[in-house]
Design a protein around this ligand. Sequence first.
Ligand SMILES: [Zn+2]
Length: 331
Amino acid sequence: MNYFNLPKIDLHCHLDGSVRPQTIIDLAQEQSIPLPSQDINEINSLMIAPETCQNLEEYLMRFDLPLSVMQTEAGIERISFELFEDAAKENVKYFEVRFGPQLHQQQGLSFKQIISSVVKGMQRAEAMYDIRGNYILSILRTFPKDNINAVIDAGAEFLGKGVAAFDLAGAELPGFCHEFIPYAKYAKEKGYHITIHAGEQGVGQNVYDAVSLLNAERVGHGIHITGHQGAYDLVKQHNIGLETCPSSNIQTKAVDKLSEHPVKAFYQDNLPITINTDNRTVSNTTMTDEVRKVMEEFNLSREDYFNIYKISIEQAFASDEVKQHLMQFAE
Ligand SMILES: [Zn+2]
């Protein structure tokens, strides 16, 4: 099967984990930021996580370098444009990219400037290529909480105009949802969709909490519902989208190897699974690669692929008009 030519939908991808290495070199030069090397291969290797990391924290260290050049409006706009361009060039027809506005204030940008820059970059790519998209605002779970509502307020101006959802990301501790109830509620009241990273690092209860306490419509990863019947049943009952990211799950040791990934079992039990990249540079992957890996490992057919494509449309935080557009590519 020609995986490159298949129409694809990516609903879980982090902007700062998906930066072209050459762009880091260019932007560092423009912004007079010292780099550990000018060699593109070395910059690349500093960003790509090993095939298996010791833990999620080791994986997350790979984001420091890209973030250093993502502190100006021009830098952020360019990186957003290039990510959508790269995705469009491998037939991704709809793309939800997420990022943490709190990570881009090192040089004093306002949340409005930061969010407006990612949206501008996306819109520039949408005008040039056959791709549609939305941004998801990720709040870092380990950061101080005093400016979360300011992020939500700044992003609310862009709802329906490039921003679609609220997310919680970063290291996953058991029971984290309890601390974020008022923020998720506030985001929902403002009109955000809700997706939450949960069940990536071994705690199925976090998925249960994300749905029942935070009103999550989708969860990032969610693989550990396998060990928690209550969470599994809740996901099934409420048709909660599971944003599966196979390569990333192996790198962070969420699963030992792809053959042990529960994605096929979920699919066979009619859970709404989607296939996504998580981090294109850090995980050294593309949608073409992720789709190929999952389909080959689990012997999925073309019909299975288009079932998953349609689940992704259903689960997308896109307008009805965009969903109709995406249906044209379905078989
Ligand atoms: Zn993620």
